[in-house]
Ligand binder design. Structure first.
Ligand code: BMA
Length: 323
């Protein structure tokens, strides 16, 4: 079995599964996680339905808090659910604290395409105030934790199909904004061709963390793996999602200082794969740099459970800068 990079230390079990959720649930994964006012905060995707019958009925997003980033208390009700005539659901959140305000980026399925959203978490955690929604198709937005040259900065993943041969050949972009509403100055950060273990698409994962060497950030990288047999509930599921890591320039994050040539995190534990809806999918959404130099990376595994692993910040930077 393929293995995660040796710098990665995994826990013995997921940090959150459907068994921890006090309301309707089936799959609990792809969470945004950050440290906010002395606590760890998580907003996780909750696809509800009947797990044993392998039936999914809808998506909402739950909230959880933790003192150590490992043991989580889940709030009694779902936290963020949007369903209108136009919007079908919101999901795959990323959390970023900027100047003591907690922001959430999310994907939004609408009748007219996939949109990326930016919102502000209400002070009392009663929900989200939506600030802006991109034009379709775009998603995987992730805000940087501080302004750069006076502007908010965000990674994004537009989905050009018409001009890319009708395939999923999608890349990572960056843009900025004075107010989180008007976004511009879009620049390419990395293309699929820059990642040796992707042949389909790549996308921003957890919001970047600041280091002396640059913005350290994970991404997901997708390889088409047809003919490998059934890996999950769906016969047609033929993709492998792995996590990669790269380092971006501090002043101009469209400039890549280095990308690790090998995958950082892959599905290599039974608890990441067992009964998984879409096996072989690693989807990071949270990355926290502790004062000790330990980096916690939170990721959804097999679109079924939420997991966490750790690595030393110096090791992650070295991987990115290795020639
Ligand atoms: C992506 C998104 C993610 C999901 C991944 C693997 O396209 O839909 O939410 O985790 O596929 O299924």
């Amino acid at each position: 079995m393929e293995k995660s990079n040796p710098v990665i230390k995994k826990l013995d079990k997921p940090v959150l599964t459907r068994h921890d959720i006090p309301y309707r649930t089936a799959l609990t994964f792809n969470a945004g996680v950050c440290k906010f006012r002395g606590r760890y905060v998580m907003v996780f995707r909750n696809d509800y339905g009947d797990f044993d019958a392998r039936k999914l009925e809808g998506t909402d997003n739950g909230l959880a808090f933790s003192d150590d980033g490992i043991k989580w208390d889940v709030s009694p009700k779902p936290f963020f659910h949007v369903e209108t005539d136009e919007i079908k659901r919101v999901y795959d959140t990323r959390l970023t604290v900027i100047e003591d305000t907690l922001y959430v980026c999310f994907a939004c399925d609408t009748r007219h395409g996939l949109r990326g959203g930016v919102g502000k978490v209400k002070e009392d955690f009663s929900g989200v105030e939506i600030i802006s929604l991109s034009a379709p198709d775009n998603r995987n937005m992730a805000l940087f934790p501080e302004k750069i040259n006076g502007n908010f900065v965000m990674l994004e993943r537009p989905m050009p199909v018409y001009s890319r041969g009708g395939k999923d050949t999608f890349d990572i972009w960056v843009c900025d904004s004075p107010d989180l509403v008007y976004w511009g100055n879009h620049k390419l950060v990395a293309g699929v061709e820059d990642v040796p273990f992707a042949d389909d698409k790549i996308g921003p994962a957890a919001p970047p963390v600041k280091t002396k060497e640059g913005w350290l950030t994970t991404f997901h990288a997708v390889e088409l793996t047809p003919g490998r047999g059934k890996h999950g509930w769906e016969n047609k599921w033929e993709k492998t999602y792995r996590a990669g890591i790269m380092l971006l320039d501090l002043e101009d994050p469209s400039k890549v200082r280095g990308i690790c040539k090998e995958p950082l995190i892959v599905c290599d534990r039974d608890y990441e794969l067992e009964d998984g809806f879409r096996q072989d999918a690693i989807f990071p959404g949270g990355m926290i740099l502790e004062d000790s130099g330990e980096v916690k990376i939170y990721y959804g595994a097999s679109d079924t459970v939420e997991c966490m692993c750790t690595a030393d910040v110096g090791d992650l930077i070295s991987l990115c800068l290795k020639p």
